[in-house]
Design a protein around this ligand. Structure first.
Ligand code: GLN
Length: 203
């Protein structure tokens, strides 16, 4: 069994727990630093990144989590989770921290106030078959990618066409959208398979 932690400080934790269970992983909630050591991978849910940032500090999780990610802990973040995993965050609070696990610059609430939330069918690298229904809720986009970052999906229509909304770098994956709120489990499947194929974390 593959144990996947879901960072449970804030956000749509339950939806990720269900999705992980559906793809055959064993999801566990992670709230304490000691719990990081017992997981093979970690999901950071959607929610509010500035709140999550504050709670990471309050619960003394920021440093241990950053260290585990630097050592190769596989991770997947959706929406606010993407923001938390990023190396640089634009349009955030000056005191907000992020984990720097993936070499991207993200812009919070990037799609503008008028179109806070929308859905689109996307093609995503690694996802076979029919297009993926991507649900964006006050979502970030990826404004810059470092050289090691693979773009997995871009917005396909409308004024934001071409914007990068799914990325991967080594064992870390992130999406601007929320696959956990649809019944489609293929993104969680992709993450869990990648954790399984890499046989957990080094060290
Ligand atoms: N706008 C939120 C943030 O900045 C993210 C929204 C979400 O996770 N759906 O953290």
């Amino acid at each position: 069994r593959l144990v996947i932690g879901v960072l449970s400080l804030q956000g749509d934790v339950r939806e990720h727990m269900h999705a992980l269970e559906a793809v055959g992983a064993e999801p566990v909630r992670v709230r304490r630093a000691t719990e990081i050591d017992s997981v093979d991978g970690l999901v950071i849910p959607g929610g509010e990144s500035t709140t999550m940032s504050r709670l990471l500090t309050v619960f003394d999780l920021f440093d241990p989590l950053r260290a585990a990610l630097a050592e190769g802990l596989p991770a997947y973040g959706s929406c606010a989770g993407m923001i938390m995993l990023a190396s640089t965050v634009l349009d955030t609070r000056p005191d907000a921290v992020s984990l720097g696990a993936i070499d991207i610059t993200v812009r919070r609430n990037a799609f503008g106030r008028q179109v806070d939330s929308f859905e689109e069918d996307l093609a995503m690298n690694g996802i076979e078959g029919e297009p993926l229904r991507a649900v964006f809720i006050r979502a970030p986009w990826v404004e810059e990618c470092g050289p090691g970052v693979e773009v997995l999906a871009t917005v396909q229509t409308g004024p934001a066409a071409g914007r990068v909304v799914a990325v991967r770098q080594g064992p870390v994956m992130a999406t601007s959208f929320h696959p956990e709120v649809t019944g489609d489990r293929r993104v969680h499947g992709l993450f869990v398979d990648s954790v399984r194929n890499n046989a957990g974390r080094p060290g």
